[in-house]
Design a protein around this ligand. Sequence first.
Ligand SMILES: Cc1cc2nc3c(=O)[nH]c(=O)nc-3n(C[C@H](O)[C@H](O)[C@H](O)COP(=O)(O)OP(=O)(O)OC[C@H]3O[C@@H](n4cnc5c(N)ncnc54)[C@H](O)[C@@H]3O)c2cc1C
Length: 391
Amino acid sequence: MDFRLAPEEKMILETVRDFIRTELTPLEGAQQEAHLAGRGHEFPDEPTTRRLQHKAKDLGLWGIATPKEYGGADLSTVLNAMIAMEMGRCLVSFQFPGRADNILFLANDRQKERYLIPTLEGERRSCFALTEPTAGSDATNIRMTATLDPSGDWVLNGEKIFITNGNEADFAIVFAVNDREKGTRGGITAFLVDRAMGWQSRFVPTMGTWGPARLTFHNVRVPAENVLGEVGYGFRLAMSWIGAGRVTIPARAIGQAERLLQMGIDYAQQRVAFGNPIAEYQAIQWMLADSAVEIESCKWMVLHAAWKQDQGLDIRHEASMAKLAAAQMVNRVCDRILQLHGGMGYTQELPIERLYREVRVYRIFEGTDEIQKRAIARNLLRGYARVGSWD
Ligand SMILES: Cc1cc2nc3c(=O)[nH]c(=O)nc-3n(C[C@H](O)[C@H](O)[C@H](O)COP(=O)(O)OP(=O)(O)OC[C@H]3O[C@@H](n4cnc5c(N)ncnc54)[C@H](O)[C@@H]3O)c2cc1C
């Protein structure tokens, strides 16, 4: 194992840092204003996002996780995790261009032309629709039906909920039941469904600015050529999509926690109470020290999972642990840093209360804390993961 980055990797990270410093950080004030005006989920707006994406592309920051055959940089999972940490330190949310859902790369050639390539080019926008009003953690129990019509088309009926980008997407990757008896073993199919085929979306107001949507499918007709992968084998695709987020979410959480910690360090040194900067009080020092230690331990968990992925090893156990640990850590750090700021931390003048609401969802989406614990315990009890193993 080598902990050093190659010179080229260092250069990429430097480029990302420069991009954040020169392009994103100056927008932090406007982001906060948009938040105060109740438009936080619309920031940055479409023209600004396009401008930033062009700039990023000019700097070579296009397709950082996309295979080379599609023009991407195909950076390692470790480097992608480090980039997500860097991005997390910035208060402006932005995604580098040239990315697409990992399962779209498994599409057939014709589907790639219609969905994958335009998504990479920023011309189309997808959403991933698995969760339903009656099935979230137990996604194996989804109810949306896919019925094969005598014409050869599939007809979709049902509802999806909490779908990120569901209001903005022009196509959805939808999971529906084609054979209830077979369930996850041959009975759930993934479909590529254009909005133009007839599904509707409605914004769901939430605690943070994620802006997910409820999608309604009423007799939505989908041509057979829009089945993603094989009929009946969509659940595996869904799990592989969710698996990818279990490295990026904790990586981003680490960056956010680091930014919060820095805010805490700065404020503790300038805020005076009882005649001294509060940094001199042990209660405050412990908040900073506990946060630093927790961030560092999560960082290694994420980098280890990412490194294993780069070695082609199964990372489900490590990724579950990293996601659980980092989701809880960033919530604790945010709470402490808010506390350290006293009344100011609770105001909307500072971004802490916004982050407090943003990061809460990390403990819920893409596998709740409880579901991660269930997976970790099962891995141990069934011997898929061994205590003290170096594998
Ligand atoms: C902002 C946001 C964005 C989202 N984006 C998407 C998206 O893009 N696409 C998508 O498909 N979904 C998305 N989701 C849905 C998300 O993945 C689900 O909300 C999540 O999986 C939990 O499901 P649920 O809400 O139905 O909770 P439930 O499954 O009803 O769980 C309720 C509670 O019971 C606990 N619980 C459930 N089962 C067990 C068990 N066996 N043991 C112990 N405790 C258990 C849970 O941990 C939780 O605390 C999003 C959600 C949010 C809030």
